[in-house]
Design a protein around this ligand. Sequence first.
Ligand code: HEC
Ligand code: HEC
Length: 375
Amino acid sequence: MLSKIRIVFMVALVAGTGLTAHAKDSVKGPEFNEDGSVVRPIDWETWVFVGSPLTPNALNGGKAAFQQFHSVYIEPTAFQHFKDTGEFANGTQLVKVRTHLYEGDDCFNPSEENGSCQAVSGRGYFNGEYSGFELTVKDTERFDDPGGWVYYNFGEEPQKWADSAHQFPAASCNACHEASAGNDFVFTQFYPVLRDSEPMISDSRAKAGAEEASNTAGEGAGGSGVTQAAAVPLPVSTDVEELFAYLQSGKYREEFPLAEPEQHPSIGPHVNFGKPVRAYFSAAVASSLEAGDHAHPKGSMIVKDMFSDDGSELIGWAVMQKTDEDSDGGKGWFWVEFLSTEDPSQVPVPAENGLALCSGCHASGKDFVLSKPFE
Ligand code: HEC
Ligand code: HEC
């Protein structure tokens, strides 16, 4: 079976035909009903387990959006294709099976405060009963949704999971996956099995990116507009007080040549998912975004105004500034978020280069920039 798949790909490559059609033959997609709904996979327990994110209520203000362990599995033929190519083929299926935290007698001294309990292996969180069952399917030929991905939920009660489900509107699910997932709408950054299955491919991609960046940097004084932009000094400094004073002055709204046309709900946690935001782009980053470059020049700065629920009041800023030519996994960017327009000490997380919280989520963007003002 394995070698057969490889041969199919080689033939496809040699013949120069589209890979997708061949991939479809070897990747086992889901079944669909006549009304377009998808049939719930029943053999998912035999699929390849890729990871298990945990979002305990205790760390989410008492109510996590999704209870609580999220165990993610990929259908085996889709996994094989991913291992071979680093890409998700049409027909790929991933399920996310959620479970509650274990609360039974084998788990003693339960903590009201954080929901943990004690087992013979130590204090912690253990898998309890099943709760929700979700599925995502990629098929760029079948679906017009962004990326060709569609998302389904079969309900929260294990004995009553539906036998089939209709897809969610793209607006409910695709945008967050597109903006924040590590690889093609899938959160591979949280799934060690998938992460480790594509080392060769991600290495070569990273190298290609780095070469492109150094070519741009090395083009010299007579080079492109991007190179000239690289020579422009940082608009302001990374001194938090100085930066705050600049933000308060509102000068970026006049000085930066590019802005999002209006407020829009944030698909990131700025200040909270869904709250109105509007971003402004300095000249350096505006020109490299327009040129579609893979790296932005040193001196790039983006300021995001963050507003109250009804959009009437400015309540803070999120800022990223590129302080080095090399992005170095996010360390070349300086990150800061202010949750006040009066008090520069209202920073929820340290203002610093490479801050993992910010750069981790932004890593899926083009050189850490997630907005796409030219698309
Ligand atoms: C605010 C961001 C966000 C939105 C909106 C969102 N997801 Fe996700 N989704 C995630 C994150 C983060 C993960 C990674 C695993 C985890 O934490 O559960 C994920 C993982 C998944 C997975 C596992 C495969 C993968 O792509 O990584 C499925 C299936 C899934 N989500 C279904 C849905 C469905 C159905 C919807 C719409 C009803 C939805 N998601 C909306 C953030 C989001
Ligand atoms: C969970 C993911 C996530 C985290 C964590 C996150 N962001 Fe963002 N950020 C986004 C998304 C998504 C956007 C795109 C615009 C939007 O919808 O808000 C964005 C946009 C921005 C922008 C506008 C430029 C761009 O890249 O589009 C800035 C500036 C920014 N974030 C700064 C920060 C800072 C500073 C932090 C850390 C304090 C941070 N972000 C943490 C998801 C995240």
